[in-house]
Design a binder for this molecule. Structure first.
Ligand code: 2NL
Length: 367
């Protein structure tokens, strides 16, 4: 490493040679500075007051110079001081620049790489179908309501014209909550077997006119098989106003089925029975598979039964009469459909259990 020499004499030529040698050493050492720590060592070696190169130059060259040479040597040493200072400053910028660019290199982002792909979830086919049905009725001006899945016997049966001990109750195998023997029958809690109790709540809370659909989960004490599940979904609708007729019911449901399945869909109404409607109808749509010619899916009939409907039975209004539902003044219709049945028809699913299996290989088809 460079060491400040003593000057043999203080002639201009000797001074020149010594300065050249010093500047060459300064240049070489400056060029080797890479990081900030190295730069600090470099700075101290050259500029430290105690024993730095410049201090040595001052001692060995200037202080040691004989009187007549002092002026000339002083000028050269001053100039050297300035040159070293400038060189050290320049090296500092390079060193911190190098640190910054190595930091930046570590943070480099390749914006041309493909982004992180996260698989997008989609609605389950049952929920998707339920939402599609609801949207069809929303477009016709219906509101949407929801209600509790645990109900009392009164709302699930009695107010819907299923009298206590009436055999119609047997068609809806019901899950009751345990330990309620001491309660009156109408207060006993159960898992709702249809969403109709919500419509009773709606009529208790709002006078006619009413136009509402109720989507939701319902429960039956059924053994699971290809067409039964103890938990399933319904969408029910209720319209009550003055002068509502069976023609309104037919037109509404015919439009809804066309909106859901396509404009070429036909509907057919035939007589049926529900405790809460009179008259009642089962509604069939032309077979999706054969278009009405007859096939295995429609059991050669050309029709697929998809929903139930009817004019609200006057007995139902009696339970909400004091809230403006006078059967002499208002009339209405109601309908109900099983969402799984419709989803299975749309997607060609032959086993309802697939919808509850959680099997990704099945569900992926809907993504
Ligand atoms: C079906 C048939 C139906 C209703 C539901 C209803 C509700 C009130 C009054 C009168 Cl508050 N009716 N709902 C009416 C007819 C049929 O559902 O097969 N559902 C899956």
């Amino acid at each position: 490493m460079y060491q400040v020499p003593k000057l043999a004499d203080h002639s201009a030529a000797a001074l020149d040679a010594a300065v050249r040698e010093l500047l060459a050493a300064l240049e070489a050492e400056a060029a080797a500075v890479a990081g900030e720590n190295e730069w600090r060592a470099f700075r101290d070696r050259w500029m430290a007051r105690k024993n730095g190169v410049l201090t040595q130059v001052n001692d060995l060259w200037l202080k040691a110079a004989p009187g007549p040479a002092k002026r000339e040597v002083g000028q050269r040493v001053n100039q050297l001081n300035k040159q070293v200072e400038e060189r050290v400053e320049a090296a500092k910028e390079r060193a911190s620049g190098a640190a910054t660019s190595s930091k930046l290199a570590g943070e480099r982002v390749d914006v041309t790489l493909p982004g992180t792909r996260r698989p997008l979830g989609v609605e389950h086919p049952v929920i998707r179908t339920m939402n599609e049905i609801v949207r069809v009725f929303q477009r016709m001006g219906y509101s949407v309501g929801e209600g509790p899945e645990v109900e009392t016997d009164y709302y699930n049966f009695e107010a819907l014209n299923f009298p206590p001990n009436h055999p119609a109750r047997d068609t809806q195998d019901t899950v009751f909550l345990a330990g309620q023997e001491k309660k009156q029958q109408r207060d006993r809690l159960l898992l709702r077997t249809h969403t109709s109790p919500v419509q009773i709540h709606v009529m208790e809370q709002q006078p006619p006119p009413v136009r509402i659909v109720i989507p939701g989960k319902v429960y039956r004490h059924d053994t699971p098989d290809a067409t039964h599940s103890p938990v399933f979904h319904q969408v029910e609708g209720l319209v009550v106003d003055t002068n509502i007729t069976f023609r309104d019911l037919k037109g509404t449901l015919d439009h809804a089925m066309k909106a859901l399945f396509g404009a070429s869909m036909k509907t057919r109404f035939f007589p049926s029975f529900f405790p809460f409607t009179e008259p009642s109808a089962d509604v069939a749509v032309s077979c999706f598979k054969c278009g009405g010619k007859g096939c295995r899916l429609c059991k050669m009939s050309g029709w697929i039964e998809l929903l139930g409907a009817g004019m609200v039975d006057p007995n139902v209004y009696e339970f909400v009469r004091k809230n403006g539902y006078d059967p002499a003044k208002v009339s209405g219709f109601a309908f109900g459909m099983g969402v799984e049945r419709i989803a299975m028809a749309i997607y060609g699913i032959d086993d309802i259990q697939l919808l509850y299996s959680g099997d990704v290989r099945f569900l992926e088809q809907f993504a």
